[in-house]
Write a protein that binds this ligand. Structure first.
Ligand SMILES: [Zn+2]
Length: 246
């Protein structure tokens, strides 16, 4: 048996398991994914409603400020009435006063409807927050459970890192480099099994690379089984192995 190939296969396996452990440490676990998504959705709904309430508040303040402005203007115009000397000026001023009164009344309506919007949003928010409370509690409990699983996964990851260092030290340096180059090209895995092509009725067995389907010659299969160097697929360049070796 090719001991180097054996070590390469173990190295590949340890790297894949380390990646999985690291993923489990970082990503939301599958068992809390559903609750996590619901939690995020509800949180986003609440934030959107808070924004709506805030926007209604801003609109109300703007409308109230506009009403105030209008009233100041109105006061000024009314003081001017006593000082106008011609009929034409008087008419023009009355026109101005009418316009400002119209503006004031529409801003007052705007302020009132913004107030109503704000109150409705606050009411909806209270209901939403109430229904969110239960999800938040469950979510907090699941987060605690996830945290409690992490130390064991972290310990496994540490073991795997140690195993990887050890395997790399056992392998000839150029072989490790060769493996790493191929792994860079195929992050999912630098090795591929050789499998027989099932062709009933044909005498000689034929083989292919299970990753890319390229044909593997019988003497290459012998070399994989008995040789001491690594054999790469002629087409995809992955390191080939026989499944009995894995
Ligand atoms: Zn291949």
């Amino acid at each position: 048996m090719n001991q180097n190939l054996q070590n390469i296969l173990e190295l590949q396996d340890a790297l894949a398991r380390l990646r999985e452990a690291e993923r489990r440490l970082q990503e939301i676990p599958d068992w809390m994914r559903e609750l996590h998504d619901e939690h995020e959705t509800r949180k986003a709904e609440i934030e959107a409603l808070e924004e709506t309430a805030e926007e209604a508040s801003r609109q109300r303040r703007a409308a109230e400020a506009a009403v105030q402005d209008g009233q100041e203007k109105l006061k000024k115009y009314q003081q001017q009435i006593n000082r106008v000397s011609t009929q034409r000026e008087y008419g023009a001023l009355l026109q101005e006063i009418d316009t400002v009164k119209g503006q004031i009344s529409s801003q007052e309506e705007q302020a009132f409807s913004s107030l109503e919007h704000h109150e409705q949003a606050q009411k909806d928010l209270a209901a939403l927050r109430e229904s969110f409370r239960e999800i938040e509690q469950r979510y907090a409990a699941e987060l605690v459970r996830w945290e409690s699983e992490k130390p064991e996964i972290a310990r496994q990851a540490d073991d795997l890192r140690g195993r990887i260092t050890d395997l790399k030290q056992r392998l000839p340096r150029p072989m490790v480099s060769q493996f790493e180059r191929i792994l860079e090209r195929y992050p999912a895995g630098a090795v591929a099994p050789v499998r027989p092509i099932e062709r009933p009725g044909r005498g000689q067995r034929e083989w292919h690379c299970a990753a890319c389907n390229y044909r593997v010659r019988p003497q290459v299969v012998v070399e994989i089984r008995n040789g001491s160097s690594l054999v790469q697929c002629d087409s995809c360049k992955r390191i080939l192995y026989l499944e009995e070796q894995a």
